[in-house]
Design a protein around this ligand. Sequence first.
Ligand code: F6R
Length: 251
Amino acid sequence: MKIIVTKDYESLSLRACQLIEEEVERRPDAVLGLATGSTPLGTYKQMIRSYKHGRTDYQHVTTFNLDEYVGLTGDHPQSYRFFMEEQLFKYLNVPSNHTYIPNGTADDMEEECERYERLIDEIGPPDLQLLGIGQNGHIGFNEPGTPFDSETHLIKLAESTRKANARFFDTLEDVPTRAITMGIRSILKSKRILLLASGERKAEAIYRLLNEVVDEKFPASSLNRHADVTLIVDEKAYHKVEETGGNRSVE
Ligand code: F6R
């Protein structure tokens, strides 16, 4: 795993944006894997800012998102479809029929999972997959214990994840209990992975990622089995590794 330690969240976001833009410049029809949550917001802001200056053309790009809540339609303000439209898609020229997100209101969820995985295989896999990490090591919505050979599937959200995400909803009860997520194997199909982690609350997860054995109890540890992962982490999220002697080069 390649590790880039940045001074703060802003430089982390800039660096991630640069790597995404480089990918699209190298490969104008790149397939990008995208994530929601707080961490990529700065990256998306930088992409939008840079797009406004005419730097990167997304007209041939395709995107796949990791996950979606079950039961929320795309126009629900807390759905991940809505999040992506508001935080990124509406500002870029990526064609809307090239932006894939699991359908959280499909009649048959099992069929939706299969359909999504097939799309990833047929159109993807992503040339570059952007990931955040949960405090419990989840990636996508793959909670601890998810088999490493899982593909897109339906999951019950861990209470800790519902609590962590409750900040986006009016009450904890409003947070859906299930979601559809790309599995660990689906994520590892990506050619290259960019994992972002920022802030003190991620320090423990980053320490575990870099120090623990690869184990399904800590889903992000599966990334150690992928040949091309870049971790971009800010000083606050890296401090525990550093205190125990990790090497680094600050940008
Ligand atoms: C989002 C996702 C999640 C988040 C993770 C971190 O699509 O799949 O795994 O990346 O929960 O969330 P934040 O960035 O809000 O700390």
